[in-house]
Design a protein around this ligand. Structure first.
Ligand SMILES: Nc1ncnc2c1ncn2[C@@H]1O[C@H](COP(=O)(O)OP(=O)(O)O)[C@@H](O)[C@H]1O
Ligand SMILES: [Mg+2]
Length: 550
């Protein structure tokens, strides 16, 4: 039972839907109760009405009652199952939402080591949990009522036959027990292989242009096939197990029925059992065997659900990036200081930035330079709290940034990053992204204030031009212009251009640098560039000097 303790983790999610669960359960119990007298009634009709009384009126009467009971059961069962379907969908989507919420809070040090498609696979896996509350599954749990009622009715029909039925039940459990050991391992492997294959699919879709240009189809398909084979392998093992399991149980089922027929046949021939009682009895017996079968199969069905719950929980238990950063930065950023700061992405490699000491204050316009790969973008990511220094400190307003919430830092920094990511939506929506207190008019005012209309008019539908995800349909330079407007729409303390003008034509670049030179809507400006920009910087950092062993 210990392996099913993961189910308890679902309790918090169920609290909001108590009413749905209670009504649904009551409904399914009621439908069991309605069914209970039905086989008894059938036996009665055969023995008393057909064989003994031979009475047409009684036949019509009992058939009417029988039909009524069936219709009533149908209605109650339909309503209660509909309630469970509703609950199941609420539950699963809430879990998915919490999972995405959590992923958005995870530190980049974790996320950048994971393939995006793999994480996508893990999120979609959470859908399996819903099966637990599917009407079919709930019915299995409630079968226990059918079982008790059926047992009671059987005892009232024939104690001897009931006893014989009962001694066959342990055979079911014995059959199941024998082969359940490996199932957990196989199922877990199947889940993992599916997530890995999702990662592979995602990579193909993401890099499709590159794959075509580089004629990489066969390389990519080769990798895909390896992952596919692993999935097929574990899937076959998993399904083989399920097949053996169901077939073995069916065999036990069939042999038990034949055995009961043998005993009942002898009893009927001896005159100790009537055909009506036998018919009623077998109907109850089908229920008893059905419940037993469902219960023995419960493990096979619960196992993947528990594994899914554990795998969701594994992600939920990871530390969020702000888990130790519980102060907010409420004042303007007036200074940023690096104190003997060192950083590396992976434990076993050399520092990318080694022992950096530098101070930036209000009014500073900093040119950050260095060869490719010297850690310029990385340094910006450290300022933004995406990564944390391995050694030394980053001080913001003389406070160690370690304790300051990343959200409150990021709110005060406007950035045009090296690879601008644009979201699905219009140009306007991208400029307004996550700035809920601004509207179209603010954007129009901003554009006219800095005379940027000409550049916006280059878009096919100006501000309403639709961008498909990740900026396709927009040139690199246009994306940087959008990111620039996004960065300066709300007043920011720090503006950072991480090679943020690299794709701009010289005309647009001049205008943007002009905007930054002429204005003082920010306290600190950091520009990363390989070129000597025509801009008046007062501070310079060259990261070539901060390489390890340099
Ligand atoms: N997410 C990451 N995981 C591991 N290594 C990374 C990651 N991002 C960048 N790097 C490595 O860190 C070094 C510095 O990268 P980056 O800061 O982007 O350089 P720059 O912006 O100066 O060209 C490079 O060697 C790069 O390969
Ligand atoms: Mg860079």
């Amino acid at each position: 039972m210990r392996k099913y303790k993961s189910l308890i983790k679902l309790v918090p999610y169920m609290k909001n839907y108590k009413m749905l669960i209670i009504l649904g359960t009551l409904g399914l119990i009621a439908s069991s109760l309605i069914y209970a007298p039905i086989p008894y009634l059938i036996g009665y009709i055969i023995d008393k009405v057909l064989l003994k009384n031979k009475n047409y009126y009684q036949l019509y009467y009992f058939i009417f009652i029988l039909a009524l009971l069936y219709i009533l059961r149908y209605t109650v069962s339909l309503v209660s199952k509909a309630l469970f379907i509703k609950f199941q969908n609420f539950l699963i989507n809430n879990i998915r939402l919490e999972l995405i919420d959590k992923i958005l809070e995870l530190p980049m040090s974790f996320l950048s080591n994971q393939e995006k498609g793999y994480i996508l696979g893990r999120v979609s896996e959470s859908g399996n949990i819903g099966t637990l509350f599917s009407p079919q599954f709930i019915t299995i749990f409630l079968c226990i009522f059918d079982f008790i009622l059926a047992l009671f009715m059987m005892l009232s029909l024939s104690v001897k036959l009931t006893f014989i039925v009962c001694i066959t039940i342990p055979i079911y459990f014995f059959t199941v027990k024998n082969s359940s050991n490996n199932f957990h391992k196989i199922t877990k492997a199947a889940f993992e292989n599916k997530a890995v294959l999702d990662a592979s699919t995602f990579e193909i879709l993401n890099g499709i242009e590159e794959i075509k240009i580089l004629n990489g189809k066969s390389t990519q398909l080769g990798r895909y096939k390896t992952n596919l084979h692993n999935l097929i392998d574990s899937s076959i093992k998993q399904n083989k197990y399920i097949m053996f399991f169901t077939e073995n149980i069916s065999l036990v089922d069939d042999l038990s029925t034949v055995f009961i027929l043998l005993i009942s046949g002898i009893m009927i021939l001896n005159g100790h059992l009537t055909i009506g009682t036998y018919t009623a009895f077998t109907n109850y017996m089908i229920q008893i065997f059905g419940t037993t079968r469902s219960f023995t199969g419960l493990g096979v069905m619960l196992e993947p659900i528990c594994i899914s719950i554990d795998r969701v929980q594994e992600i939920m238990d990871l530390d969020s990036e702000d888990s130790c950063r519980n102060e907010d930065l409420t004042e303007e950023i007036l200074s940023i200081r690096f104190e003997e700061l060192s950083f590396k992405y992976n434990k076993n490699t050399q520092n990318i930035i080694n022992n950096l000491n530098f101070e930036i204050n209000k009014g500073d316009r900093v040119l950050l330079s260095g060869d490719n790969g010297t850690g310029k973008s990385t340094l910006i990511k450290i300022i933004l709290g995406l990564y944390f220094p391995d050694k030394g400190k980053l001080l913001i307003n003389n406070r160690n940034s370690f304790g300051i919430s990343t959200k409150s830092i990021r709110k005060r920094i406007g950035i045009v990053s090296q690879n601008v990511f644009l979201f699905k939506g219009s140009v306007l929506e991208n400029i307004l992204y996550a700035q809920n207190d601004k509207n179209r008019q603010d954007v129009v005012n901003l554009i006219s204030k800095y005379n940027l209309e000409k550049y916006i008019n280059n878009f096919e539908n100006k501000l309403d031009t639709i961008i498909t995800q990740n900026g396709s349909g927009v040139s690199g330079g246009q994306a940087q212009l959008i990111a620039f407007l996004r960065a300066i729409l709300t007043k920011k303390d720090v503006i950072i251009l991480d090679e943020g003008t690299s794709n701009l034509d010289s005309d647009t670049k001049k205008v943007i640098l002009n905007v930054l030179e002429e204005s003082n809507f920010y306290n600190i400006l950091i520009i990363i560039s390989h070129q000597k920009e025509s801009f008046h910087f007062n501070k310079f950092i060259n990261l070539n000097q901060y390489k390890e062993n340099s």
